[in-house]
Write a protein that binds this ligand. Structure first.
Ligand code: CU
Length: 158
């Protein structure tokens, strides 16, 4: 008997969305397209949890330049940090990691820049609050042409 269980069959017509649904989907698509036509976007910003005595923290993410002009990230501001700087980590010939302050991060038109561990990052110096998993930390990104972009970084383990 087990092999003879008949499953309900849906005819194709039932699964076809009506034109109203399709129109809604189209409108949503257009809205998404408009939202992403911002000249500069920053996505997936994050930082590691850092409770306790550590005084510094780093933030990472992806910055995209959708515009036709070259853009420069010139500063970042995080309220819970005494000082916020743009940094770049480098590995020297002895495999020693060090980081330098950079004046700006250049984002060519149509390209994206990855801020990531071991590379470019936003450095939080003199951290004044714990960073716990799930926290959303507001960051102000200052661009040379675009101006200020407000984003939030999620605190998580990678
Ligand atoms: Cu750093």
């Amino acid at each position: 008997m087990i092999g003879n269980i008949s499953r309900p069959r849906f005819k194709g017509r039932i699964n076809q969305p009506g034109w109203g649904v399709r129109l809604l989907a189209l409108v949503s698509l257009v809205l998404v397209a408009c939202a992403s036509s911002e000249q500069i976007t920053a996505t997936d910003l994050w930082g590691r949890p850092s409770p306790g005595s550590a005084t510094n923290a780093a933030f990472y993410g992806t910055i995209l330049n959708h515009g036709a002009e070259l853009e420069e990230l010139v500063a970042a501001d995080i309220e819970i940090c005494g000082q916020t700087e743009l940094h770049k980590s480098t590995l020297d010939e002895n495999s020693v990691m060090s980081m330098q302050h950079v004046e700006k991060i250049v984002i060519p038109p149509g390209e994206m820049i990855q801020l990531e561990p071991g590379g470019l990052h936003i450095m939080c110096i003199d951290r004044q609050a714990d960073l716990d998993p799930g926290d959303l930390i507001p960051i102000g990104l200052q661009f040379a042409n675009f101006g200020e972009l407000s984003v939030e970084a999620e605190i998580r383990e990678q």
